[in-house]
Design a protein around this ligand. Structure first.
Ligand SMILES: [Cu+2]
Length: 498
């Protein structure tokens, strides 16, 4: 392997703690593209046999010690160690404690320990480093996980001494209900791919969305920008659904349902492999391009366990990393490409908003939005609910969301004040989206707080009350799933155009 060695690195936090690492270079990548397969195909199933073997080896400290970056625990902790995600001082303290536990008697200058310090707790964007606000950013969600999978897959090939291994993906949104259950390889209690901390119905092989069916979606493919203002754009919407919702549905607070434990479940890697495929699928649509990546590098370890720095720009497309998927997703209706430069100019315009925070303390509650009288909405419901101009979209934005860590509850969000809402399904025309709380316990602390957006552009024309300028704009929240330990709060509810 021929890495581009650099002795001088920028004095950023990342560079300072990983100053000994080499930079990733494309020359290190194998020439022929490798193919990743669906877990339900013959090829994918063959890969899962290999995967189970590798996971078993990586989890056995007699074969690969925990201090080795190729161990299961080291890879899991790279996402997040079991510990706090905020504030950053608590993250640093907890990480220090974990480093002392995993590397007893080894000084802070020990290279393996330094690598752990650089790599652990770096999942993007599920953290908030107040000493370096650029450390965690929503725009890095897709690209950091692409690198994470890339090196994990390399390490699995190394552990197996099998150069043909590729990570399979789990496509839960094929439209076939059976694909909403975990692949059977993950349900055998004797397999290294099994986890006891998943939700009971998930372990029983039932569909993961059993208590809130048909709420996972691919609405991210309605977006024509990678990331816009707040939670708008392909990346943040994919992050919310299906990403976070799948985490919540598999559960629990000590497994997939909470960031610090999520990467300890072997299904994590197949879930994110599917998200990586979806990202590349979006990029293959005409006019859908990624942003100019900031000069940000992430700490990882290669197949041999050696430290390196992977630049965000290096994983812009899968072709750059010499792999491909056996199939890509094509939405029924491709998003209309925006004008060049739209992304930067994509400022949110609030059309209506809730005056007070919504405390989700009961099974169903409704908030009434105030119409904004300033331009462009002229005080009429028509202008508020009218579909936006071409290349723009209408969103319901829920902001400043807080919830206790690991809250497994979800809320379905409806237009209006529907009777018998508990019985309404996502097929109801008034259904706008599903609110979940995966990752919220940390992101609620970032700047304006955790925010999610539902693209309702295609729905507004059919919503009851559209055209009646006197009708109230009500938004209702209907609880699905267990009662949370404490009431989640939605600090802002707004109808915005972007
Ligand atoms: Cu995830």
């Amino acid at each position: 392997m021929d890495f581009d060695r650099r002795s001088v690195l920028k004095a950023s936090l990342t560079a300072a703690i990983a100053a000994y690492a080499t930079d990733f270079s494309l020359s290190a990548v194998a020439e022929a593209p490798r193919k990743r397969f669906s877990a339900t195909t013959t090829e994918g199933k063959a890969m899962l046999v290999k995967y189970a073997k590798a996971v078993g080896t990586m989890m056995d400290p007699k074969k690969i010690p925990v201090t080795d970056p190729r161990s299961w625990t080291f890879q899991w902790y790279t996402h997040w160690i079991p510990g706090p995600q905020f504030p950053w001082s608590a993250v640093v303290t907890a990480k220090d404690g974990m480093l002392k536990t995993v590397f007893p008697g080894r000084p802070a200058t020990d290279p393996a320990r330094q690598l752990a310090e650089a790599m652990w707790d770096t999942c993007q964007p599920h953290g908030a480093n107040t000493s370096d606000p650029n450390f965690f950013q929503e725009m890095f969600f897709c690209v950091w996980h692409r690198w994470y999978l890339y090196y994990f897959e390399e390490i699995v090939r190394g552990v197996l001494a099998d150069n043909t291994f590729t990570l399979p993906y789990w496509d839960y949104l094929t439209g076939k209900p059976s694909d909403l259950s975990l692949p059977p390889e993950f349900l055998d209690p004797k397999s290294p791919l099994y986890r006891t901390d998943r939700n009971p119905w998930v372990k029983a092989g039932e569909r993961i969305d059993k208590f809130n069916p048909d709420t996972l979606n691919l609405n991210a493919f309605k977006e024509n920008t990678y990331i816009g203002a707040g939670a708008i754009g392909f990346c943040p919407i994919l992050d919310g659904n299906p990403h976070g919702l799948v985490h919540s549905y598999i559960g629990t607070a000590t497994n997939m349902g909470q960031v610090p434990y999520a990467a300890n479940d072997p299904i994590f890697w197949l879930h994110h492999c599917n998200l990586d495929r979806l990202w590349e699928s979006w990029n293959r649509l005409p006019g859908m391009s990624n942003p100019a990546w900031p000069n940000r590098k992430f700490s990882f370890a290669d197949k041999a366990g050696a430290a390196l720095l992977a630049p965000a720009s290096g994983a812009d497309r899968v072709a750059a990393l010499k792999y491909e998927y056996d199939a890509y997703y094509t939405p029924p209706k491709a998003p209309v490409a925006g004008k060049p430069g739209l992304e930067a100019a994509r400022v949110k315009v609030t059309r209506a908003f809730a005056k007070a925070p919504v405390v989700l303390g009961s099974d169903q509650l409704t908030t009434t939005l105030e119409r904004r009288t300033a331009a462009p909405a002229r005080g009429s419901l028509e202008s508020i609910t009218a579909p936006p101009a071409a290349a723009r979209a209408l969103y319901l934005v829920l902001g400043n969301i807080t919830a206790p860590a690991g809250t497994p509850t979800t809320f379905n969000v409806f237009w209006g004040r529907p009777d018998g809402a508990a019985g309404l399904t996502p097929r109801d025309p008034r259904f706008l989206g599903t609110l979940h709380f995966f990752g919220v316990s940390v992101e609620q602390h970032e700047g304006a707080g955790h925010e999610v957006a539902f693209n309702i552009t295609d729905k507004v024309g059919a919503l009851p009350g559209a055209g009646n300028s006197n009708a109230a704009i009500d938004i209702s929240f209907v609880r699905r799933g267990p009662n949370p330990d404490g009431a989640p709060t939605v600090g802002q509810v707004a109808l915005v155009e972007a």
